[in-house]
Design a protein around this ligand. Sequence first.
Ligand SMILES: Nc1ncnc2c1ncn2[C@@H]1O[C@H](COP(=O)(O)OP(=O)(O)OP(=O)(O)O)[C@@H](O)[C@H]1O
Ligand SMILES: [Mg+2]
Length: 348
Amino acid sequence: MNSKLQNNSIKSSIINVILTPFYDFGGRIAIMFTLVLGLSKVAGGEITFGLLLSYLIYTERFYSPLLIMSQLITSMQTSMAALSRIQNLLSIKSKLSWPAKGVLFGDVEKATKKILEIENMSFRYDENTSVLQDVSLTLVKGKKYAFVGPTGGGKSTLAYLCARLFDPSSGKVKLKGVDIRKYNKEQITDTIGFILQEPFLFYGSIAQNIKYGNNAIKDLDDNDLLELLKKEGLDEIIKRFPQGLSTEVSKSSENISLGQKQLIAFVRAVLRKPQLLILDEATANIDTLTEDMLEVIIRNLPKETTLITIAHRLNTIEDADVIFFIGGKKVIQAGNLEQAIKYLDSKN
Ligand SMILES: Nc1ncnc2c1ncn2[C@@H]1O[C@H](COP(=O)(O)OP(=O)(O)OP(=O)(O)O)[C@@H](O)[C@H]1O
Ligand SMILES: [Mg+2]
């Protein structure tokens, strides 16, 4: 691709280098011609000197739009290439289908203590990469769970499936006793908070990023939002940004550090008061002091909040009620940290 780009750039430069002087040269020749012919006519008394001058100015003016047009064609071609890329992006359709109406919450909620059940689920990204095979697990409301396992083992994938970012290839995911495919988008995002391993920020202010997709707070101005954050004990986090809530996120968000992105994702998720909160390596890039602060915030969440923590460092999961090992396409339930360490020892 690079050498193709190089070849095309050379070609376009050559054309440019030939065409521009050509236009320029044409312009000069025309002026010269007008001047020679005009002067002889002025000398013969056929036209006045003023008329010749007007002619000269018109000739000059005739060529500059031509030059601009040639530049316009170049920039139009660049734009067309960009347009086709944008069209490709816009035409991507989700493989998930969503029901128009969601589940009637009240009845379902009372019926079960289980927030999430996975039944004989298998998942593959494509034909060749089977990531999870025949996995079953149950998560009960209000408990703390941890997913641990080797890099590339499928922890994030399992979390995506829990939040219906993908549908299983076979088997079922149930949210509060009902097939997760029966809920509409709003119900899922209201119920499940997800802090991705690679958080994404939009171009705009930190405040806009926090309010994004949250109907309950979308109309708050910065002062009201700050009040709300204070009430929830989240305002300390905002102090980590130079201009607080009005700190601007640049287009590719490179002016915000990875840890700071995780902090915003954290605030965004916690403000929704989700019933299931998934933290995928959510504190991996955050210093220990800030991490302690987040831990306090998590501990203060309503006690019926179910928590899934994905982590490599054992200190982040030491108070988990149940630990799941994820690797080799399987999920193994290993009790609490003590049992987990015993299990690991027995494997070594
Ligand atoms: N979008 C994708 N398309 C195809 N394969 C993928 C995709 N995402 C992940 N995989 C593959 O699925 C497997 C599991 O990836 P996953 O991200 O779930 O691992 P993980 O346990 O979260 O790893 P880590 O500890 O590094 O975060 C890997 O082998 C990976 O290559
Ligand atoms: Mg991961």
